[in-house]
Design a protein around this ligand. Structure first.
Ligand code: PEP
Length: 253
């Protein structure tokens, strides 16, 4: 059965004291999650170790990196490798966020290399895809997102593709306060699942968690997560406020 996941993306926010206080507040809420529900916190690199230690004794709560490089080690100043993440016990990494694609020109092909090395090191990638507003306006979002999957994911085996979490994040809804309607989210998630089913088979596609991202907050999470093909969310702004994110975690189905 596929997992239901509430994933926080802190981006480049919070100082270490604030980050620690936020995790303390969320952990003190003692949220009970079932076996197929997870909360994941994608924290900035300098806070990985602190956050990992804090979550060490919790079930179903995990720390993620927000990025990694495509090589194991070497002379690449300023980058962080999966080998380093693995040595800290990190189990998740966000890859292909639209901000990385836009500001650092990360291509589908480059992301395929990062996904390969993450799986090699047993780190679960949360692979982000999603269209800009111009594509949505032209109503070509289905083709656009299918191409992102094709170029980054279609080389995987049936076993390996099931180790990847996908996050559909329409760029026009990220940080804008403009959420896709639950119908728009369901429509795209069903499309993505069909694209995966056509390539890997229905049984495989049914096992892959597909998260929605784009202005998810406490007040809309339950409605969005209740859609049959939406398996939770990747949350930016609202994940920085303890009460908001606690409610979002509790909205998982
Ligand atoms: C994100 O950063 O992936 C995101 C969806 O941000 P926000 O929730 O702020 O729209």
């Amino acid at each position: 059965m596929r997992k239901q996941i509430a994933a926080a993306n802190w981006k480049m926010n919070l100082t270490v004291d604030k980050a620690e206080a936020l995790l303390n507040d969320i952990l003190s809420a003692q949220i009970n999650l079932s076996e197929d529900q997870l909360a994941v916190f994608a924290v900035p690199f300098p806070y990985l170790q602190m956050a990992q230690q804090k979550l060490n004794n919790t079930n179903n709560f995990f720390i993620a990196a927000q990025n990694c490089y495509s090589k194991k080690s070497g002379a690449i100043t300023g980058e962080v490798s999966v080998e380093m993440l693995q040595s800290l016990g990190i189990k998740y990494v966000v890859l292909g966020h639209s901000e990385r694609r836009e500001f650092f020109e990360e291509s589908n092909k480059f992301l395929a290399e990062k996904l390969n090395i993450a799986l090699e090191y047993n780190i679960t990638p949360v692979f982000c895809c999603g269209e800009p507003l111009s594509i949505r306006d032209a109503q070509t979002q289905n083709e656009f997102v299918a191409k992102q999957l094709e170029e980054s994911l279609f080389h995987f085996s049936k076993d390996d593709i099931q180790k990847i979490v996908i996050a559909y994040e329409p760029i026009w809804a990220i940080g804008t306060g403009k959420t896709a309607t639950s119908e728009q989210a369901q429509e795209m998630h069903a499309h993505l699942r069909k694209v995966l089913a056509d390539n890997f088979g229905k049984d495989v596609a049914d096992n892959i968690s597909i998260l929605y991202g784009g202005s998810v907050k406490a007040s809309n999470a339950k409605e969005i997560f209740s859609q049959p093909d939406v398996d939770g969310g990747l949350v930016g702004g609202a994940s920085l406020v303890a009460d908001e994110f606690i409610t979002i975690i509790k909205s998982l189905k």
